[in-house]
Write a protein that binds this ligand. Structure first.
Ligand SMILES: Cc1cc2nc3c(=O)[nH]c(=O)nc-3n(C[C@H](O)[C@H](O)[C@H](O)COP(=O)(O)O)c2cc1C
Length: 436
C-alpha cells in the first residue's frame, strides 16, 4: 500500500470505492467473510495469509496456526492459497529495517514464482497436487536466503506456554506467555521446514487441505464399544466377510508394491485402474519398506498400508489383524512391481512383512496377478523362472511378464515392468471375465 499500488477489484456491492478492507477477526474468518461477503469470489485469484511475524514450521505448529488456517480456508473455498510467515532466530535482527525489507523482497519473489508455476490441475483433485503452500521467509540481515522445498518436521506438542511471575496487575491469578520449547539442531531432519528455519533459509511446504481420518482397523473396537450402533451401521457385503470397508457394486483391488524402481509407477497404475473401471473401483496399496523409497504415500492416489500399520492397529487379542482385513477386503491382488526378493519369498512361503503375509493368508478362490520388474541379469537368473513356474503352477498366480527396454540401471534388455496401462487392462480382463 505504501508504494501506492491499488487493485482493480471492487467491493461486491459496487458502492464502495475503497479496495482495502480491515476486518477484525481470526485470519480464517477474515478469508471466509472476504470471499463470501466482500468480494466476488471469481475475481479473487490468490489468497495470501500473512505475513505472520514468527515461524510456522513443524506439523504441530502448522496444525494450530491461524495463518495456515486462513490459507486452508482459502483452499477449501477452491482458491490457490499461500500462508506466509517471517521467521527469525534473533529478535533484535528481526526488527531491523533491512531484515524486514529483505524478507519482503524474498517473499514477493517466492509468491510470484509459486503463482506463475502453480500446477494447472484442479486444487481439489487430492492426488498429490498442493492445495496450498506454507512459506517461511527468514528475517535476516543478508538478502537472498537459500530457498528449499520442505516437508513438515514431525513436531510433537510440548509445553507451548510458560508461567510468568505474578504481578499486582494480574489480580493474583496466574499468567502464561507464549514460549514454545523449540527443537535443537540434533532433533531436526534435513529437508524439513524446521531445519530450514533454524538455518535461516526460506521454506516452502506444499500442503493438502484435508485431515486424514482413520479408515481401517477400528471396526471390532467400535463393535465392542457401540454394539447397537455398529449393528445398525454395518451393511452385510456380498461376500459376508465382515469388512465394513467394502462398497457394494465396486471392485476392490489391492496393489502390492516392492522395492523395485518400477514402484515409481504405482501412482500411474492407480490412476489407470481408476480410469479403466470408470471410478467403480476401490484401490489400496500395500508397500514394502523399500517400495516406499520410490513413491510418496500421499502421491499414490489411494490409501497406502505399510508394515508399521500392521502392528499399530493390533494391541490386544480382540483387535483386527491388518493382513487378514486386507485379504478379506480385496477381490484381487496385483503385485506391481514384483521384485526378485519378494518373488523368492512368495515362492518359498515366507511371510515376514505385510505384503507377503496378505498373500500367505490369501483366499485361493481370488486371483493374484504378478508383474515382475528387475534387472535383466536378475530376470535371467535360473531362480526367477523356477519361482514363477512354482507360483503359476501350484498357486495359479497369473504373470504379466516384464518388457524389454533400457532399464533404470542403464542395462538394456528384458526386465522392466509392463506398462501400467497394460497391467490395468489385464486386471480388468481378469476381474470381468473370470467369474470373480
Ligand atoms: C535404486 C534401487 C532399485 C532397485 N530396483 C530393483 C528392481 O527393479 N528389481 C529388483 O528385483 N530389485 C531391485 N532393487 C533391490 C531391492 O530393493 C532389494 O532386493 C530389496 O531387498 C527388496 O525388498 P522388498 O522385496 O521387501 O521390497 C533395487 C534396489 C535399489 C537400491
Amino acid at each position: 500500500m505504501e508504494s501506492g499500488e491499488t487493485s482493480e477489484i471492487r467491493h461486491k456491492d459496487g458502492t464502495d470505492e475503497q479496495v482495502w478492507s480491515l476486518l477484525e477477526a481470526t485470519p480464517g474468518a477474515c478469508v471466509n467473510v472476504a470471499l463470501h461477503h466482500l468480494y466476488d469470489p471469481d475475481e479473487i485469484d490468490l489468497v495470501i495469509s500473512g505475513p505472520n511475524y514468527g515461524r510456522n514450521a513443524s506439523s504441530s505448529s502448522t496444525l494450530s496456526s491461524g495463518t495456515v488456517g486462513a490459507a486452508l480456508d482459502g483452499a477449501l473455498l477452491g482458491k490457490k492459497s499461500i500462508a506466509l510467515s517471517f521467521s527469525f532466530i534473533d529478535r533484535e535482527v528481526a526488527f531491523l529495517p533491512e531484515s524486514i525489507s529483505n524478507a519482503s523482497e524474498t517473499a514477493c519473489n517466492i509468491l510470484q514464482s509459486l503463482w506463475e508455476n502453480w500446477p494447472s490441475l484442479s486444487t481439489h483433485s487430492h492426488h498429490g497436487i498442493p492445495d496450498l503452500y506454507n512459506v517461511n521467509v527468514p528475517l535476516r540481515r543478508e538478502p537472498n536466503p537459500p530457498i528449499h522445498f520442505t516437508t513438515f518436521h514431525p513436531g510433537s506438542y510440548g509445553p507451548v506456554y510458560q508461567s510468568v511471575e505474578e504481578t499486582e496487575s494480574s489480580g493474583g491469578g496466574r499468567r502464561f506467555v507464549f514460549k514454545p520449547k523449540l527443537p535443537t539442531h540434533q532433533d531436526v531432519k534435513q529437508g524439513t521446514d524446521t531445519w530450514a528455519v533454524m538455518n535461516q533459509m526460506a521454506s516452502i511446504t506444499p500442503m493438502l487441505a484435508k485431515y486424514h481420518c482413520v479408515e481401517y482397523g477400528l471396526e471390532n473396537e467400535f463393535a465392542r464399544v457401540f454394539p447397537d450402533l455398529h449393528a445398525a451401521k454395518t451393511t452385510p457385503t456380498s461376500r459376508q466377510l465382515g469388512n465394513s470397508a467394502r462398497i457394494e457394486g465396486q471392485k476392490h483391488i489391492l496393489i502390492g508394491a516392492t522395492g523395485s524402481v518400477a514402484s515409481i509407477k504405482v501412482p500411474i497404475l492407480v490412476e489407470k485402474l481408476k480410469r479403466i473401471f470408470d471410478d467403480k473401483v476401490q484401490i489400496r496399496v500395500v508397500a514394502t519398506q523399500y517400495a516406499q523409497h520410490f513413491f510418496k504415500k500421499e502421491d499414490a492416489g489411494c490409501e497406502v498400508f505399510t508394515d508399521e500399520n500392521e502392528w499399530e492397529s493390533w494391541k490386544k487379542v480382540s483387535d483386527p489383524v491388518l493382513h487378514i482385513e486386507l485379504r478379506n477386503w480385496a477381490d484381487i491382488m496385483v503385485v506391481a512391481p514384483l521384485d526378485a526378493n519378494t518373488l523368492g519369498k512368495l515362492a518359498n512361503g515366507a511371510c515376514d512383512n505385510l505384503l507377503t503375509s496378505v498373500l500367505r493368508a490369501w483366499d485361493p478362490e481370488r486371483p493374484v496377478v504378478l508383474c515382475p520388474a528387475m534387472n535383466t541379469f536378475m530376470w535371467n537368473h535360473p531362480f526367477t523362472a523356477k519361482h514363477l513356474q512354482h507360483l503359476e503352477g501350484v498357486l495359479r498366480y497369473r504373470i504379466v511378464p516384464p518388457i524389454s527396454k533400457t532399464l533404470a540401471c542403464g542395462d538394456v534388455g528384458i526386465g522392466a515392468m509392463a506398462e501400467p496401462r497394460d497391467i490395468a487392462t489385464y486386471v480388468q480382463h481378469v476381474l470381468l471375465t473370470d467369474n470373480n
